[in-house]
Design a protein around this ligand. Sequence first.
Ligand code: ADP
Ligand code: MG
Length: 205
Amino acid sequence: MRAGAEALMQERDRLNRLDADIGDGDHGANMARGFAAAVERLNGAGDALAPADAMRSVGITLLSKVGGAAGPLYGSFFIGAAGALRDRSADAVDAAAWADALDAAVAGVQRRGKAQAGDKTMLDALFPARDALRAAVGDSVTLADALAASAEAADAGAEATVPLLARKGRASYLGERSIGHQDPGATSSALLLHALAQTWKRPSQ
Ligand code: ADP
Ligand code: MG
């Protein structure tokens, strides 16, 4: 979460610019503010928090602190993940558990936002990331490699939103004019999954 907050802070302006192209220009600010609040709350709770409780805390913070579409959608993402990680200690969150968590997180976004693949939303990064993580777990690669493959798939998915016509959210008001721009939410999803993969690669983990 800390690495994610840092990445969002660093990329805030780029995410705002992407959102200015096809929305209202606030996605970077929304995400950076929401994650800063989420991390502050986690820091206050101490390091003994179980994974599911940490995920739920982040989800609730994003739901309550981030306006716009992304707050409730990312809130549903983390609350979905929390459900899948219920009763697991940090040591028990292995590659299969992460794959289950990402499944449930993506299902949470889809339940809330009702978008389909190709609608030019964060799901166009999250679906391929989820599928890549599941496939990597099936190939029994290390968790670090599985998460890296998932983040790469999210990048490719985010880039592939450029030629799409937006069918959900604010960008959909633009119709054809949404074509030719990368979706900001797909971009922030890829950023977060990279932060996760990077964190797992660190020797201390
Ligand atoms: P707002 O559009 O309210 O200003 P943000 O700018 O923070 O909110 O977030 C915009 C992002 O939200 C989009 O780039 C898109 O990825 C995502 N989004 C919008 N609507 C949906 C939806 N129904 N399902 C999934 N993602 C969505
Ligand atoms: Mg916006």
